[in-house]
Design a protein around this ligand. Sequence first.
Ligand code: PMP
Length: 350
Amino acid sequence: MKAFEKNIRKVEPYVPGEQPQQTVIKLNTNENPYPPAPGVARALKAMDPNRLRLYPDPTAGELVKTLADYYGVSEDQVFVGVGSDDVLAMCFLTFFCSEKPILFPDITYSFYKVWANLYRIPYECCPVDEHFRIVKEDYFRENGGIIFPNPNAPTGLYLELSEVEEIIARNQDVIVIIDEAYIDFAGRSALDLIEKYENLIVVQTFSKARSMAGMRIGYAISNPLLIRYLNDAKYSFNSYTMSQAAIACGVEAVKDKEYFEEGIRKIIKTRERAKKELEQLGFVCLDSQANFIFVTHPEYDMKVLYETLKSKAGIYVRYWGSERIEQYIRITVGTEEEMDALLGFLEGYK
Ligand code: PMP
């Protein structure tokens, strides 16, 4: 080892799902199978390349205002970033500075551990129960902050807002972050609690229900004080996070409420059909409230199934092989036709 290596920050990075470049059926990273709102294409076409000479608005003011109007909050309650990963990473940096461990579930978004390690934040994982449910009582103890997704990933299980509220209410001395990447496919959002709890931050994304994973837009909504702290950290890191294209397209996506809601309805309908048909084929599906289904099968080895789907059918799903979930795969809800192809292949699978 070179002497300088001891001064290098070493991290074990997050491993994203594969992004194959050839045409395959891609059900592995919870992208939306439908295009974004038509206004997004119009905004892209209307962009003047000459404007790209200039830096974008560092406040992303237009996007912040559009989101604030949409959610009925003030502009100083909204923070935007380059996907919710960027927003969450900023939240970890800003709010999790205690010497006490932060808490999150053992089965959850695997990036949390990566950020905790990157920033040297102590953490403890609270095991989800045998049905993969978050046990709220595990979070009723001293800690340096709390984060969990609702619905959780990769299980898709939704925690009722009353239980989410109990966790927030019992932890008013620390910051509680609810990662709502998939909330649009589920139930009530913790945004309803923003005015009631000063320690709450809700993070959402344009990557799932708004079909814009490639544009990288995420946001946090909270009270003006916490949003100011987030902005202070952001401006100490990178002022120009949101490109001109992201700002313009993001605004158009939020404006088209009807398209957004119709897209969600379609995905939920396909999800429920796929769950039913998978169960008819002997799969056990968790009751996902997201745009993916977490499944196992009593007779199949899920790693073999994952590999076979990829090599024989060109169908990509997600497999982790990590503790407690070795026998599960996560299937993103695609179009009806994509799910037909998957179900057709599984029907002939032995
Ligand atoms: N949170 C959860 C729970 C996720 O599954 C994802 C998607 N991988 C993200 C956040 C980040 O999504 P994005 O950065 O695209 O907004």
